[in-house]
Design a protein around this ligand. Structure first.
Ligand SMILES: [Zn+2]
Length: 341
């Protein structure tokens, strides 16, 4: 069967791989129909993903149809049903797992990163990793996983309807955080350096937007929060400067949540941690509750799916599309690959 494979940094091609074996007793075989490229697939292609090894089949944002059932799969899963997938693993024994925080498992292996992903015709998946919805299209299903990452950050921030939440970065992850905070009826301020992405942020639920290249972020935040600063800052950029700005601009007794990986060590004025008595938290991957929350949000129909998916290409066009994204990262929010023929 056909697959997309990143063979080394900067090189992605269509390959033939052996047909899949029958699913295990607890697995289903999925016919893969939609896959979104993740930012991590892009960094793998660029040779900048420290967690990836080559060769690697990318892809973990999945819309698929159940094609075959293992012998022990519960009756709720049926052949022909459309599903989406949680692409993470957990060992069930590390301290994170023991605390019920499976999303942060020390030994997590994400599809397309530490193990092969979904950009192939068929995959076998444990049934516990499946979610479904009778209302969502396959394109919406493939959009659920990237949005769960932002929803999880909002969950980590304990955002309520009384909060003003600033989201740094309006790529897919930031847009998920904007939608998640908006779904909790918080006031959402979206920050980016690209007006097109800020327009998309408004469609996802941002009340106000700030282009931090064109105007002073500090001044705008002071105006918008009556000199207090936002209660919650969510960082979805991954630069030392944005990490610092979060603790500088958040209000006293505020919360800061980091999703991005800073690409270099960060110099902090640590007295701000103490003076403001900040809660500073990391946010990694997502929990099953986050998948359910995103599915419910997309089912409500308020999310601008068609605007977030910049383009949809065929499997044959997928390697070139990844290279094109690498050349113009600002122009593209999300590329979907359709495997339906
Ligand atoms: Zn674990």
């Amino acid at each position: 069967m056909k697959a997309i494979r990143i063979t080394e940094a900067g090189r992605c091609e269509i390959v033939d791989i052996p047909d899949l074996e029958a699913p295990g007793a607890d697995e289903v075989r999925l016919k893969v129909r939609r896959v979104g490229y993740c930012g991590s697939d892009l960094t793998s292609f660029r040779g900048l993903n420290p967690m990836v090894s080559y060769p690697r089949i990318p892809g973990h944002e999945i819309g698929a149809t159940i094609d075959s059932l293992g012998t022990d799969v519960p009756e709720k899963w049926q052949i022909g049903q459309n599903v989406l997938v949680s692409p993470y693993t957990n060992d069930g024994e590390c301290t994170a797992c023991a605390a019920g925080r499976y999303n942060a498992c020390r030994y997590n292996q994400t599809m397309g990163v530490q193990r092969d992903g979904a950009l192939t015709e068929y995959i076998n998946i444990p049934h516990e990793k499946l979610f479904t919805s009778e209302k969502l299209s396959l394109a919406e299903m493939a959009l659920v996983e990237p949005l769960t990452v932002g929803f999880h950050a909002v969950s980590r921030s304990e955002t309520t309807a009384h909060d003003t939440v600033m989201v740094f970065g309006c790529g897919t992850i930031g847009l998920g955080a904007i939608a998640g905070a908006s779904a909790r009826n918080a006031r959402v301020l979206a920050v980016d350096i690209d007006d097109k992405k800020l327009a998309l942020a408004k469609l996802c639920g941002a009340n106000d937007t700030i282009n931090s290249m064109k105007e002073s972020l500090h001044d705008q935040l002071q105006v918008l929060t009556e000199g207090k600063g936002p209660q919650v800052m969510i960082e979805a950029v991954g630069l030392p400067k944005t990490f610092q700005t979060c603790v500088e601009e958040v209000c006293f007794a505020g919360r800061v949540v980091y999703i991005g990986y800073a690409k270099a060590p960060v110099d902090y004025e640590t007295k701000l941690f103490v003076m403001k008595e900040l809660d500073i938290r990391g946010s990694r991957n997502a929990m099953p509750e986050d998948f359910k929350a995103v599915i419910a949000h997309l089912e409500d129909g308020d999310f601008p799916t068609n605007s977030v998916i910049t383009k949809t290409v065929s499997l044959e066009e997928a390697p070139a599309a990844l290279a094109q994204w690498s050349e113009n990262p600002g122009e593209i929010t999300k590329i979907h690959v359709t495997l339906d023929t």
